[in-house]
Design a protein around this ligand. Structure first.
Ligand SMILES: *Cc1c(COP(=O)(O)O)cnc(C)c1O
Length: 401
């Protein structure tokens, strides 16, 4: 639900800053580090300039480290996360194929929508209740029965705040020689995702979520096995622009021209990935866990109820119910207009009943968590809801441990 701003922003500082400087705590985009912003103001290079080509190589090498993979086909698609979702499905599926999709929320449902547009592809959607991961036994039954070419799941379901376990699904795919496609748009860089160790075939993400680069690029990695399957298709991929072999060749040593690369976005992504590795992947994941824990302690102290299954909560996205008589949309509007904080509302049937809060990348900071909890208390009081206990104090207890 889009927020309509009724009144001009409140104070003079805001009037002097247009567009405003927001604290971005929706599940993407997240705030970008000053060094990433600076990378965007680098001099523009041509996309065939040898300096740019070596920066592409560096970016691919950094992506391999963040995906924890040796996959040669590792690159950034010049479009958003949704393009990588579409590319993964349309490249691996051919007429006559079956795909099983674990429908665990809004983004998994989008996978179903994409697959259903493909001609002569049999789509089997296996549902889980929103808020829980897929039931392994139900999914395994469907996979053994339908023997699909592809099993597709969402690792971090942004609509529900649930993390999907992947290891057993990869084994299941090996058992019937299927390919596992994993949406890691909301999880790469914010929660553990060792692609090779897990045995994923195709995994994609988005630049603007836990990696904290500007939106517009979709990092992606394909196993040799998946690449070979695409190369050996009997009919060409239905989309020229999203043909992943062409992208792999463009990023590989062949450098076969495919598109004018978004040069500055790639500079920014490289800088963002460099920051991930300077911090250290493990330290970064620990930082995400700490701030998610503090935020959740604060929300529960206020008297709010978290949505996702406690055993499977996704670190970078917290989903929380609005109290019964509170308008979730009005609270979001107040946070945005009076406090410059962006959080998201619910999706699907939870549109005005839930908030979704991102703990992602550069936005995952103690000051942001404390500001959000304080501002939320102000907003809730204006809606007639009295916090049960102090949210910031509960978060501070987590930080002091
Ligand atoms: C955000 C998101 C997407 C879509 O990414 P866009 O960059 O908006 O296209 C897909 N899947 C998940 C899990 C997401 O969180």
């Amino acid at each position: 639900m889009a927020i309509r701003i009724k009144a001009p922003v409140a104070d003079a500082v805001d009037r002097l800053t247009y567009p405003p400087q927001r604290v971005l705590m929706a599940p993407g985009p997240s705030n970008i580090h000053p060094r990433v912003l600076q990378a965007l103001t680098s001099p523009l290079l041509g996309h065939k300039d040898p300096v740019f080509l070596s920066i592409m190589d560096e970016t691919a090498a950094l992506l391999r480290q963040v995906f924890q993979t040796e996959n040669r086909a590792t690159f950034a698609l010049p479009a958003t996360g949704g393009s990588a979702m579409e590319a993964a499905l349309i490249n691996l599926l051919q007429p006559g194929d079956t795909v099983v999709i674990g429908r665990s929320g809004f983004f998994a449902d989008r996978m179903v929508g994409i697959a259903r547009r493909l001609r002569d592809v049999h789509v089997v959607a296996v549902d889980s209740a929103w808020g829980s991961p897929l039931d392994y036994d139900v999914l395994a039954h469907a996979v053994r029965e339908h023997r699909p070419r592809v099993l597709a799941v969402v690792h971090g379901e942004t609509s529900t705040g649930v993390e999907q376990p992947l290891r057993d699904l990869a084994l299941l795919c090996r058992e019937i020689d299927a390919y596992l496609v994993v949406d890691a748009v909301a999880s790469l860089g914010g929660t553990s995702l060792p692609v090779d160790d897990l045995g994923l075939d195709v995994c994609y993400s988005g630049s603007q979520k836990c990696l904290s680069a500007p939106p517009g690029l979709a990092p992606m990695t394909l196993s040799d096995r998946a690449l070979l399957a695409i190369e050996q298709r009997s009919v060409p991929v239905g989309s020229w622009y999203l043909d992943l072999i062409l992208h792999a060749r463009f990023w590989d040593t062949e450098r076969i021209y495919h598109h004018t690369a978004p040069v500055l976005n790639i500079f920014a992504l490289r800088e963002a990935l460099q920051l991930v590795l300077e911090e250290g992947l493990e330290a970064r994941l620990a930082r995400h866990r700490l701030h998610a824990r503090a935020l959740r302690a604060g929300l529960e102290a206020i008297g709010l109820r978290l949505f996702a299954d406690p055993a499977h909560r996704l670190t970078p996205v917290t989903t929380v119910f609005a109290p019964p008589d509170v308008s979730a949309a009005e609270v979001r509007e107040l946070l945005l207009c009076d406090f410059n904080i962006e959080i998201a509302g619910g999706l699907g049937e939870y549109v005005d009943r839930m908030w979704r809060i991102g703990i992602m990348g550069h936005s995952a900071q103690r000051a942001n968590v404390m500001l959000l909890l304080s501002a939320l208390e102000v907003a809730l009081r204006r809606q007639g809801f009295t916090p049960h206990a102090s949210g910031p104090a509960a978060a501070d207890t987590v930080y002091s441990q």
